[in-house]
Design a protein around this ligand. Sequence first.
Ligand code: UDP
Ligand code: MG
Length: 323
Amino acid sequence: MTLGLSVVVPMFNEEEVVPLFVQRLRPELDALSHDGVSVTYEVVCVDDGSRDGTAELLFAAREEWPQLRLVRLLRNAGHQAALTAGLDSARAEYAVTIDADLQDPPEAIGQMYSMAVSDGLDVVYGVRSDRSSDTMVKRWTAHSYYRVMRRLSGPQLPDNAGDFRLVSRRVIHALSALPEHGRVYRLVIPWFGFPSGQVTYVRDRRAAGRTKYPLSRMVSLGLDSVTAFSAVPLRFATWAGMLGTGFALFAMGWALWGSFVGGTVPGWTSTVATLGLLAAVQLLCLGLLGEYVARIFVASQGRPTYLVGYDSLHHPHPALRHE
Ligand code: UDP
Ligand code: MG
């Protein structure tokens, strides 16, 4: 019998929320089967190399909930890689990805599923109806992110759609055929262009624990997003170079005229300003180039995005074993 729905949950050091999450998710999934319609499901929890009690709690939860499966990664691979691991191991016709911290309401899963089945959709996005629970900084960065990325990846990118979404088996196949490293799902999936729908929801505060997305991770998600979809930043160097050349020619003419005809030109300020600006622009261009080179480098290494570890709590780590 084929499974109806896989729920994929990436978890990194989420011991505070695991019990709450399981408690709220289970009744929702059990309620999918009603009025003689039976929807079989599985929950794929990806333990993304947690160093707290997350794994213990998941092992315990699995004892009581046979549909819960555990994929333990050897070490922390990051949110998007954990999603890859979960989707690779999902077996159902449809898969919903959801955060463990209850910011995405499990109550919306049923709506996503029935919408996909009844309307024949391959993707159903969870779209945040408002961001009042977010900080100012988060709201501002998110707004700019979606605006820039819509320009780069195409108009089909829905606003405020994070990683709470349903995808069909067809989408999962398309994803696994992408050799790309550092996939950003929220961009790649709309870019495919499968028929899609939206379910709006209010994004809650984190139920417990702390965010696993510090500013540094947000910056690298942003850089991954831009470099995956556009070579425009590379053009920036060309444009800056052309502009700079024009300006330099003008300044040279002015300086020559000054020194031959109009006496000496006072130079310290202009020299420092020009040198400083040039150095900054050059470093910026070099950095941008580096981002693309790094992408090529990572792709050419071809290392796996994640490695699955052991399905046992007390399995000794091979590197630590002494005979
Ligand atoms: N997560 C993960 N690996 C990481 C970082 C985060 O699996 O390296 C998971 C995390 O446990 C959560 C989801 O990704 O289920 C979203 O993370 P978080 O809630 O911290 O991000 P935020 O909502 O603050 O953007
Ligand atoms: Mg969160």
